[in-house]
Write a protein that binds this ligand. Sequence first.
Ligand code: SAM
Ligand code: DTB
Ligand code: SF4
Length: 315
Amino acid sequence: MQRRAQDIYTLPLMDLLFRAQTVHRETFDPNRIQCAKLLSIKTGGCAEDCSYCAQSARNGSKLSASKLMEVQKVLAEAQKAKDSGATRYCMGAAWRSPKERDMPTILAMVEGVKALGLETCMTLGMLDDTQVVQLKTAGLDYYNHNIDTSESFYPSVISTHSFADRLDTLNRVRAAGINVCSGGIVGLGEATEDRISMIQTLADLPEPPQSVPINMLMPMADTPLANVAPLDPIEMVRTIATARILMPKSYVRLSAGRSAMSDELQAMCFFAGANSIFVGDTLLTAENPDDSADARLFAKLGLQPEAPRRCGDAA
Ligand code: SAM
Ligand code: DTB
Ligand code: SF4
């Protein structure tokens, strides 16, 4: 099956873009973009060694570790995000996996954000069988857990957990009936074959993830990848287009890295089939275009934010 992604990814660019846009239009309105908002509910001090991440305690990053946020503060932030037009609220914690003592707070956040009428998403690291059921029962709509790169390149990027560990958590999340959000990062110093293999792995999961975030590495100070050679942005466009063609019904998110992208590159990513972004001037720790920059971009391209979904609509 690897060949399928390979054949698509390596098409002449005009053929690739035309195919991706044609597939995109069969399921989605090409002028609508889903707007998701991220909040870091527990920042820094992470025990894992992901070499791209500013939040790893092992990367010698200067970022200080915070405590888990209070539920009321999270709900106040979520309300602001809703007021500014976001439809999905994604809460991220810099953990290898959640501790039992943190679960009541996490579950209260899911219930509270859902009650505001937002789609809920969490990214908390690896989950066990009990935790997925607790999150599902609290009403969690999506769980984000990226495979990040190919299976063979993974150990060059992260040593404290394995690619198989990531797939185990994704299997648990899916089995609990929570929608899966899983994608990866480009620009880690990986080869073209690694990007191809990453997309093929996602498409070959028992069900393709309902959301596929594609992040462009944001080189973070003091991390091992702070000075990695930048990736040719056309490779990002090819990665997005291949994801769109192989996962035609999934939301493909043009995720981290937009603050370093031109309007023209972002437009090309949307044409390649990306139909979701993170809005607001901060991701977890890194910068993102502010609302006024995105308003100008949307106006220039004739794009509209996707309208809120009704309960029970398909992902
Ligand atoms: N700790 C949890 C985990 O690892 O699953 C959740 C948070 S983690 C920051 C979520 C994802 O953000 C990573 O899997 C990676 O794809 C992305 N990410 C982290 N740092 C990044 C960076 N500097 N540039 C681009 N993407 C990044
Ligand atoms: C995803 O794929 N990208 C988001 C979200 N899922 C959690 C995170 C991007 C993080 C960018 C680096 C930072 O903010 O530190
Ligand atoms: Fe920790 Fe997640 Fe960052 Fe890895 S990506 S160091 S698990 S916060």
